[in-house]
Unconditional design. Sequence first.
Length: 194
Amino acid sequence: MPGRAPSGSSSERALILPKAMTIRVDSVEYKCWHEVGHATVCLHLGGDVDFIELLDGDARGHARARCVVTSEIERSVACGGFAAEFYLLNNGYAERGRDDERDISRIVFHNATSDREDFWGRKLGSDEVFAEAEDREFMNHAIGSHGFGGLVPIFNQYFSEMQVLVRELCEARRVEGRRVKELLRLGNPRSACG
């Protein structure tokens, strides 16, 4: 049902999105969702999060999540932001602005350029692009295919908590790992020794 947290969320904790509310693609809130996607996937798969932040003074308006990953979950965490954007768009929570004529697929893949580099373990040169097959594999890892459910179902479990974290990140501009875990109700804080 549009405007409600997806099924699987606790009805006691479920936040209701107003029907008219949509997140504008490439807005600050949208960028927060991307980073919260990385953090949620990381914690769900057993990694840790040091912090999530919006980078002040960055002309491109970037944000980042500093995740502590193992080699087993590294590629999935790299796909987390892309998967979160897909989730928002697929469920009608995000849309382009009225005057935004850009192809939505290009926007989402562009936003995941460094994530795709992390996924594939290589940096692109200034005149390089990923092959279509590489992008397809990255996308399939994020959203699922061939019997693999992808990362998107993770967000059904934590959607309400993610909303709260996104709101706090938008306001505070930086959320420490301990608070991320508290809001998402995921993970165990690492000891002070590491």
